[in-house]
Structures are given as C-alpha cells and as structure tokens.
Design a protein around this ligand. Structure first.
Ligand SMILES: [Zn+2]
Length: 113
C-alpha cells in the first residue's frame, strides 16, 4: 500500500520540521490531496494513525483537503473545472486540456505545540 510509505515520508517531514522549528508535538496536520494524485484518502487516514503511533504526531488530527481538478483549455484560452483527467472541456468539448491542479499532495498546514 503506497499510502503507508507516503505516511512515513510525511512523518519524516514532521520530524525534520520539529528539529528545525523546535516543536515537540504535532496537534494537527492538514494535507492537500488532489483527486488526481492517486491517493486513497481513507487508506491515508489509516496509514497516518498507524505510522504516527508513539511518535510526535501521535493523536494528531488529520484534515484532508481535496482541491478541485482544474485544467487550461487551449481553444477557450481559460481555466475550466473538470472531474477526471481525460474529461473534455465542459464549455467547448475539446480534449486539448492541460491539467493545472488536482495532482497536488502536500502538507498545507501544521499545528504544533
Ligand atoms: Zn474549451
């Protein structure tokens, strides 16, 4: 399950931050997970609980934000909102779209003490 290794990298980042920013406990982690990132949010929540057990993030609240998928439509020359990677442009039906958001996977906010 690749969500598990993702959670381990997240915990690694938290530990690094704890050293550089001098905190000892993480109370809340807010992750931004794009619908196109290929990450199962349920598996991510499960992995996070397992991986953080006994660590500085034990019991931390995990908030997951799922941003909308957006793409740049070449014919329309503007950003449109789509549901899936290969959806056509909702306005002109073109497939000349370049996905501009929806693939992100990052720590957006941290609450620490
Ligand atoms: Zn279009």
């Amino acid at each position: 399950m690749h969500e598990m290794s993702l959670c381990e990298s997240i915990l690694g980042i938290l530990k690094d931050q704890a050293v550089s920013q001098q905190f000892s406990k993480v109370d809340r982690v807010c992750l931004e997970v794009g619908p196109l990132s290929g990450v199962e949010t349920e598996a991510l929540r499960f992995g996070f609980d397992v991986v953080t057990r006994g660590s500085l993030a034990d019991g931390a609240r995990l908030d997951i934000i799922e941003p909308q998928v957006a793409a740049w439509c070449l014919p329309c020359e503007k950003t449109v909102s789509i549901n899936e990677r290969f959806d056509p442009c909702p306005e002109c039906g073109s497939h000349q779209l370049q996905v501009t958001s929806g693939e992100e996977l990052r720590i957006k906010e941290l609450e620490v003490s």
